[in-house]
Ligand binder design. Structure first.
Ligand code: DLL
Length: 437
């Protein structure tokens, strides 16, 4: 394993930097927590591990079985909890697209820890107790709303728990309550920006300065759009319900990757499940270190990223991850070529003429897969000369084809015709799966 682990004995508890030995100690704690669970016992026995003492090095740890969403489903609902239900105080669940949801349980300590982790990350991004935070992530079984909520309260900021949707009301309260921080998905932030432009409320009437956006992949181009349209600094926040929720990693003002909180041990694997060295892109795998109710061991996130380890210009020492470029699940295979929606987003935004609202439609003619990219034109260009529009369409087609390496069809669509998202945006319609075409 190619990792540089630094030691700094003088660090305060909160900024604690683990040595390799300390990482191992923390990992063994998680192993100890899961060993009594029949599912893990069975899988550990299959590779000859019966007790935590069998894990002596990080290399031993890397032999342990990976956990997948499927494994969680098989143990639905509470089969992988490490604490009796008496000690569980909250449940969350992620819906997923098919089958049963994955259910996660938290003890009182877990909830406290989660709040601390989120508060620490937000503080690094510049949020203080003087801020008014409008939480427009959904509340409920989804971890976004409540995760941010408890984190902001821990920090001492004023929380506006408005949840997602009701856009006109969001804007009114944003102005009237003097909201300084907006927390929601980047696609909803964009929708709010667009609605603000039409609302009669001017940007000058708002006090907004920071955005904490995550829960879905987004590109640098999207960040620039949102920052310019809302007049804020946007920070990327990452997490998933299986490992806790939002807060696993969060950007600092240096914007050189997301700092992974010390309560998680990250790895990046190649498609065969082999650990990759630092600096190489692969699937992120996370082990929780101090979670009691639902510890996860080598959980395959299906998110593609690259890990780094070192000291950031903000002073933080530890792991960082590059922004998640895509989910493995979101990868489309079109005529044998791998296509990610984020590549298309980047190409659209790089030209600067089109709105960042788009949809990838995949269909089949005969035996051939086809990709149509629907992109919205804005109100101004809608009335431009047809020739001008055609030329832009052609340039976009060339740009996307250059990036993807396959031919695509571009369909320019009317302003506001692509559905707006109040949560996680849907970027793909795969008609092959619907049996059409
Ligand atoms: O989306 C938790 C969350 C809430 C994160 C609010 C950030 C802010 P799930 O619904 O379980 O949990 O979905 C997790 O969302 O595996 C990624 O594919 C994606 N995701 C989350 N954050 C980011 C991000 C929440 N910053 C799944 N960039 C993850 C890209 C993200 N993808």
């Amino acid at each position: 394993m190619n990792k540089v682990i630094k030691q700094d004995e003088n660090n305060k508890d909160e900024e604690f930097v683990r040595t390799e030995e300390q990482w191992l100690k923390a990992l063994r704690q998680t192993i100890e927590r899961v060993i009594p669970i029949p599912y893990y016992q069975e899988h550990f026995h299959a590779i000859g591990i019966t007790q935590v003492e069998d894990i002596k090095t990080i290399q031993d740890f890397e032999r342990l079985p990976l956990t997948t969403k499927e494994d969680l489903r098989k143990n639905y609902p509470f089969g992988l909890f490490a604490e009796p239900m008496d000690n569980i105080v909250r449940l969350h669940a992620s819906s997923g697209t098919t089958g049963k949801p994955t259910v996660v349980g938290y003890t009182r300590n877990d909830i406290r820890l989660w709040a601390k982790i989120v508060a620490k990350g937000l503080e690094r991004a510049g949020v203080t107790r003087k801020d008014v935070v409008q939480i427009a992530y959904g509340y409920g079984l989804f971890t976004g709303g409540m995760g941010l909520h408890y984190g902001c309260e821990e920090l001492g900021a004023v929380v506006v728990p408005i949840s997602g949707g009701n856009t006109a009301r969001q804007l009114m309260l944003m102005r009237d309550f003097g909201t300084t921080v907006l927390a929601c998905t980047p696609s909803y932030a964009l929708y709010l920006a667009e609605s603000l432009e039409e609302s009669g409320i001017s940007r000058e009437e708002l006090k907004l300065k920071i955005g904490v956006f995550g829960a879905e992949p987004w590109t640098e181009g999207m960040r620039e759009q949102i920052e310019a349209r809302l007049g804020i600094k946007a920070f990327d926040i990452y997490g998933l319900s299986e490992t806790m929720g939002p807060g696993v990693a969060l950007e600092c003002p240096a914007h050189r990757g997301l700092h992974i909180d010390d309560h998680f041990y990250p790895e990046v694997l190649d498609p065969e499940g082999k650990p990759l060295p630092v600096g190489e892109q692969g699937e992120l795998v996370i082990t929780s270190l101090d979670k009691e109710g639902f510890p996860v061991l080598r959980y395959r996130t299906k998110d593609l990223t690259t890990l780094h380890y070192g000291t950031c210009s903000c002073g933080q020492v530890g792991w960082t991850m590059e922004r998640v470029s895509a989910r493995v699940d979101d990868m489309l295979i079109i005529r044998g070529v791998n296509v990610f929606p984020s590549q298309v987003e980047e190409a659209i935004l790089s030209l600067g003429w089109f709105e960042p609202h788009y949809l990838l439609v995949v269909y089949r003619t005969g035996n051939l897969d086809q990709l149509e990219v629907q992109v919205e034109v804005n109100e101004t260009s809608f009335f431009d000369e047809v020739r001008e529009l055609e030329s832009r369409q052609e340039q976009l087609k060339q740009r996307i084809e250059e990036v993807l390496g396959i031919s695509v069809r571009i369909r320019l669509v009317e302003p506001k015709s692509i559905p707006r998202s109040e949560g996680k945006a849907i970027r793909v319609r795969d008609e092959r799966k619907l049996g059409r075409g």
